[in-house]
Design a protein around this ligand. Structure first.
Ligand code: AMP
Ligand code: GLY
Length: 435
């Protein structure tokens, strides 16, 4: 199969490796997939062909898919999905793993996602959609502190402010409302409890959940600092209650997929449920319409089944016939190395050292995000999240040790990363090592 992957992050780098995988006794895949990425990054370009493309131009993506005569397009990021790249590719008669623009609104509009959850009976935080500061003030008072203020539209994980400071909550609300276009925001009740990311592959009818992961959203150790796109993740979750995945599928994913189909906007692609496991039960924090970054890096590192056949089955309405997924027993941990300034404006252009030394460690994968080719064969930082360093091990603690051994070999002036990804989660309550 010939596959075009759209995107340029470490998530896409992980997708490339999982899509290239073929064979194995659980395979539903033909051997020898060919993977092409647009636009990709310096690390992806070392492994597969890359093509330039404007990810904000759906017709350009469809043109490229047609020129390359691919069998399947896999769209990584949310922006092209929300802009209609899935529709543009399907209109050319090419299979596409990624929802239509209408279905991608589950991620593109938090207000829309709230409406769908209400209609489908999916548990989520109580919320109010506000379009004026008076409504904002009333909603903040109704829910009380900590305050949760969410920009309605796409914001790369940075549109949400969670704070005890009412002034800061109002200031963020003002900033959201002052933007051009249809300004709206969502104020909601604060959800306590650990967060879980669950990805489900769907053809609009059948749902195939992947293994759950946990993401570390804040920039600093101990969950301090601003929200980011994600600074690290791990999978599996040794502390998760038995039956968690089944419960999320039954109460959240299947009702949402069923609702979208009944509404005439079937969701075909990856439905990402971000959940809080609160003292009152699970609640959806957010939906995304695509694989999460960096959770994908750990989830796919643990997937034994070749990915290409499963995504093709989803894109072509044949998921019910796909054999069950097979998972490796190992655990995986990813730490993200971010450029100076991230999640604010970042410093780019500095040379990255130690990439080969890190890759040489057994059980370490170095996946590229914001990287570009520099002079004399060097690789330089070109974006906010620069690298994802994945460690694999018999349990979480071994995977974590591998990931940080990789991180410690890499140098990038001014860069930062968290030291506490998956710290302390490898121990189950009875003292056994998890994983
Ligand atoms: P979102 O973009 O909606 O996923 O929000 C980003 C992050 O903000 C989430 O992963 C949570 O860590 C935090 N967050 C969002 N909504 C809430 C909430 N209602 N209660 C507590 N934390 C939240
Ligand atoms: N890691 C969070 C996201 O992909 O949105």
């Amino acid at each position: 199969m010939k596959i075009l992957v759209i995107g340029s992050g470490a998530r896409e780098h992980a997708l490339v490796r999982a899509l290239l995988r073929s064979g194995g006794d659980s395979s539903i895949d033909e051997p020898g997939n060919e993977v092409i990425v647009a636009p990709g990054n310096a690390g992806i370009a070392q492994e597969v062909p890359v093509h330039p493309v404007d990810v904000a131009d759906p017709e350009a993506i469809a043109d490229l898919a047609e020129q390359l005569s691919v069998d399947l397009v896999v769209i990584g990021p949310e922006l092209p999905l929300v802009l209609g790249a899935g529709d543009a590719v399907r209109a050319r008669g090419i299979a596409c793993f990624g929802p239509s623009a209408e279905a991608a609104l589950l991620e593109g509009s938090k207000a829309f996602a709230k409406q769908v959850m209400a209609a489908a009976g999916v548990p989520t935080a109580m919320a109010r959609v506000c379009t004026t500061i008076d409504e904002v003030e009333a909603a903040l008072d109704a829910f009380g502190a900590p305050h949760v203020v969410k920009d309605d539209g796409l914001a790369a994980g940075k549109g949400v402010v969670v704070t005890d400071d009412r002034e800061a909550a109002v200031a963020h609300a003002r900033a959201c409302l002052d933007r051009e276009g249809e300004a709206a925001l969502v104020i909601e009740e604060y959800l306590d409890g650990p967060e879980v990311s669950l990805f489900a592959i769907t053809d609009g009818v059948t749902v195939v959940p992947l293994q759950p992961a946990q993401d570390f959203k804040r920039a600093g150790d101990g969950d301090t600092g601003p929200n980011t796109g994600g600074m690290g993740a791990y999978s599996p979750l040794p502390w998760a209650p038995a039956g968690l995945v089944d419960e999320i599928v039954t109460r959240v994913v299947q009702p949402t997929v069923d609702h979208m189909r009944a509404a005439g906007t079937p969701f075909i692609g990856l439905l990402y449920a971000g959940l809080a496991l609160t003292s009152r039960g699970l609640r959806v924090v957010e939906f995304n319409a695509r694989f999460g970054d960096p959770e994908t890096q750990v989830v796919l590192a643990r997937l034994h089944t070749p990915l290409a056949g499963v995504l093709y089955a989803a894109a072509t309405g044949q998921l019910a016939d796909a054999p069950p997924l097979v998972w490796r027993d190992e655990a995986a941990v990813v730490a993200v190395i971010a450029a100076e300034g991230y999640p604010g404006s970042v410093t780019t252009g500095d040379v990255i050292t130690g990439l080969e030394e890190a890759t040489d460690i057994a059980d370490v994968q170095v996946l590229h995000a914001g990287t570009a080719a520099g002079s004399n064969g060097s690789i330089v930082a070109s974006g906010g999240r620069v690298l994802s360093v994945v460690g694999i091990g018999a349990g979480i603690d071994a995977a974590r040790a591998a990931a940080y051994a990789g991180v410690d070999r890499i140098g990038l002036r001014g860069s930062h990363h968290r030291r506490d990804i998956a710290a302390g989660v490898g121990e189950t309550p009875d003292g056994l090592v998890g994983g």
